[in-house]
Design a protein around this ligand. Structure first.
Ligand code: NAD
Length: 261
């Protein structure tokens, strides 16, 4: 229970990687503010299950992370309702795939707002409280696409490279404030975000999802298997631990070898 007494906000934690991280932090004793979209009843069930299983406080707020004022408001809500904000995991993200010349401007704006600007607004809102306590962990969920590119993902790749840059700036600014700032860079993780891409690819190629899963991994990930939300959660817990207190400003791949080749 290394994180007992700490409060974590995990954005986009009603699904996929964010949920994996929220579970892992709660399992270590952190109180958690959940966020994200979805069916209200399902989210309330999830909130109650996490609280019961790990005997921690779990609250939820449906802030739309594309709106800067809502990002600041959820940080304040975590502080007000749970007592502080010690761990900020900027995870909410969306994807859209098209060649640059066909990429819809509205999708560019939405991806930049949620995947990049919300990271800035979240850090801006959370840092003063962390500085006052002289302890903080900021974990920004970037991607292998924060380090390398793939075709048809111009907004996503630009946003994720931006997340890695913003992570480095905050890390060096906060180096002597007891606050570390790191980016986790997952390769493929089989979440709804990737499931949609697989379904689209299968439709386009006239194949099926299992075939496209194999092709997706063969294209980029030497270790031919998906990382899991549980593994990303374990890495987030490690970054919050005392053993990681001098790891800062790092984009950490967890990608089965993707960016190594
Ligand atoms: P997901 O679709 O399963 O989950 C995304 C979460 O973000 C959901 O909870 C959703 O409700 C929330 N969300 C979306 N828009 C939001 C908004 N405007 N405001 C608040 N919440 C919003 O996706 P995932 O795969 O778990 O992705 C999580 C993060 O991991 C994203 O930043 C993504 O870019 C990153 N990532 C994913 C993979 C992968 O292979 N799945 C790889 C690298 C990086």
């Amino acid at each position: 229970m290394a994180l007992k007494g700490k409060v974590a906000l995990v954005t986009g934690s009603t699904s996929g990687i964010g949920l994996g991280i929220a579970r892992a932090l709660a399992a270590e004793g952190a109180d958690v503010m959940l966020n994200g979209f979805g069916d209200a009843g399902e989210i309330e069930k999830l909130r109650g299950e996490l609280a019961d299983e790990f005997k921690v406080k779990v609250h939820y707020d449906g802030a739309d992370l594309s709106k800067p004022d809502q990002v600041a408001a959820i940080v304040k809500k975590a502080q007000d309702e749970l007592g502080s904000l010690d761990i900020l995991v900027n995870n909410a993200g969306i994807q859209f795939v098209a060649p640059v010349e066909e990429f819809p401007e509205a999708k560019w704006d939405a991806i930049l707002a949620i995947n990049l600007s919300a990271v800035f607004y979240g850090m801006k809102a959370a840092i003063p409280g962390m500085k006052a306590k002289k302890w903080g962990r900021i974990i920004n969920i970037a991607s292998a696409h924060g380090l390398v590119a793939s075709p048809h993902k111009v907004a996503y790749v630009a946003a994720k490279h931006g997340v890695v840059g913003a992570t480095k700036v905050a890390a060096i600014e906060l180096a002597n404030d007891g606050i570390t700032v790191n980016a986790i860079c997952p390769g493929w993780v089989l979440t709804p975000l990737v499931q949609h891409q697989l379904e689209d690819r299968a439709k386009e190629a006239g194949t099926d999802v299992p075939t496209e899963e194999k092709k997706m991994l063969q294209e980029t990930q030497p270790m031919l298997k998906f990382s899991t939300p549980e593994e990303i959660g374990a890495l987030a817990v490690f970054l919050c631990s005392d053993g990681a207190q001098t790891i800062t400003g790092v984009p950490l791949p967890i990608d089965g070898g993707w960016v190594a080749h």
